[in-house]
Design a protein around this ligand. Structure first.
Ligand code: GAR
Length: 195
């Protein structure tokens, strides 16, 4: 699931194609018709489904459509790779323990919008990114993987966001593998990291 440029989506696809993640990205869902993620899906040959949030007055209705798309493709695990909408219990309950989010801060610090700006405004010297399982509270749920990123005196929003994203691309495949491992312990068939 992506709303923006889709760099995390592409990192996941690359981790599956010749990378360490023994999984397949079967579908991308976007909520924005002109997002970069949609272009990347086209270039990478991944089927992309558009569910424009502006077509739904209720968040639950959007989530119902998104979940139906995934069910039709028989997906095992869903990744919110820069999904800028709040998800509801409709989607969370459809993928219990199978819904992973990536957020550009060391949670529980700087939840919500513009976590990079929040970190700069707070004057912290260390921030980073977190991949976690999704629960109902925004940017909360069991943490899978985190990476720390120092804030440099020379940083502006763009430079810090870029270094955080580089770490997101590194940790997200491992978070997917860890989520899969947790499911494996309950007997479900899952993807895995190799090597
Ligand atoms: C990522 O940095 C991700 O952490 C953030 O959106 C960006 C998407 O970039 N997500 C959130 O802030 C969600 N709370 P991308 O489209 O290039 O992957």
């Amino acid at each position: 699931m992506a709303s923006g440029q889709g760099s995390n989506f592409e990192a996941l696809v690359r981790a599956c194609r010749g990378g360490p993640l023994n999984a397949e990205v079967v579908q991308l869902v976007v909520n924005n018709p002109v997002c970069g993620a949609r272009q990347r899906a086209k270039r990478l040959g991944i089927p992309c489904q558009l569910h424009d949030h502006r077509d739904h007055s209720l968040r639950q209705d959007l989530d119902r459509q998104v979940a139906a798309s995934f069910a039709a493709s028989d997906v095992d695990l869903v990744v919110m790779a820069g999904w800028m909408r709040i998800v509801t219990p409709v989607l969370i309950a459809a993928y219990p323990g199978r819904l992973v989010n990536i957020h550009p801060s060391l949670l529980p610090s700087f939840r919500g919008l513009d976590a990079v700006g929040q970190a700069l405004a707070a004057g912290v010297t260390l921030t980073g990114c977190t991949a976690h399982l999704v629960e109902e509270a925004v940017d909360a749920g069991p943490i899978l993987v985190q990476a720390a990123v120092p804030v440099l005196r020379s940083d502006d929003h763009g430079s810090l966001a870029a270094r955080i994203q580089a770490q997101e691309h590194r940790i997200l495949p491992f978070a997917v593998a860890l989520a899969a491992l947790r499911l494996d312990q309950t007997g479900a068939a899952t993807p895995a990291i190799q090597g």
